[in-house]
Design a protein around this ligand. Sequence first.
Ligand code: BGC
Length: 410
Amino acid sequence: MQQPDLKKFPEGFIWGAATASYQVEGGIMKTDWARAAEDGRVPFAGKACDHYNRYEEDFDIAKSLGHTGHRFSIEWARIEPEDGVFNEEAIAHYRKVLEALHVRGVKPFVTLWHFTLPLWFSETGGFERKDAPEIFARYCSYVVSRLGDLCTDFSTMNEPNVFASNGWLRGSWPPFKRFVLTDIVSITNSGRSFESKAERGLTPLFTYLRVICHLAKAHNCAYEAIKKVSPLSDVSVVKHVILFRANWNPINKAIAWIANYFWTYRFMNRVYMKCDSIGLNYYFQKKFGDKKVYEKTDMDWDIYPEGLEESLMMLARYRKPLFVSESGIADYRDVYRGDYITKQVQATWQAIQRGADVRGHMYWSLLDNYEWVLGYEKRFGLVEINYETLERTIRPSAYIYKQICQQNGV
Ligand code: BGC
């Protein structure tokens, strides 16, 4: 029987979870991350969840959990292992993946690029290259021309600001360039021996800004190229939003405004005209002047699922259909996840009441997976992975989400 106070979602609302190729598939070579692992700078991804071979089993689980949509990404290095050379076998694989979703009545949402770059591209400068937008657009339009009959929803890229700031400001991800105000050090790695070069001045900051600019252009260029081969496809960008907030203090309010501008609006202002919809990835907030102590996720992030509402409202200003493309919690013991999901979904419902045109909600992630520099320790999955045996175990919180999906309400 339906709960009397059920907060219902619009008819046809999509419920599901997300994954990304490098984090779950296994066996991906010739990328900047695989090279960084060989060089001992990041953990090996290895066979990951072996999702490349077990996608059918995983989609059976998703279906059994009431999911009606699934977001996943295509591995650029599989499709275009050499500059301008496209691999038909890789296309055939992703066609089978898409068909497997259709057979189960689960709508696919494809992200064309989720952080990892083919080696030929990263080693020649990656998104620092002036012609990166055209190279990226060529890849995107190729994939859509080959998969567009099996999928209508394509996101060009995942979290451009996270990619650029980790790679060019913090220096924690490939290409490991770090911006330090006093002593700017860029560590580059050619071959196997580390060679570090100190760059002084503002050059690394300018490189970062150039990369951001190229990413925005790359999205816009890819949008145009995709529309040429598949005019009816829905093309989006997936944007990571950090919700910067402040207490009463006007100085804190100004800082939060500036932070939101530089993290979210600056990029979105450049691309929203070439978006049919926008995906939102939300994980955490930062409230300036806040003394409250929050409970923490296993990532040491404040537990604040309520922030999803305001984050959706930040993107609602662009007046496009929105979808929650990722939002989730690392919670090894599965003690917070159920409540987190419930609050997350309530926040999404609340944003819809305030006028945001939200069409779907994807929890991050369907499976435990490779959490980038942190390897396999952090557990985001609705489904637990035993990395020794690759056995899948559905976590109790997944059933809380299942009820929400099946009721289309919370
Ligand atoms: C990324 C995922 C990542 C997740 C949790 C998102 O920013 O898209 O790849 O695993 O956050 O950190």
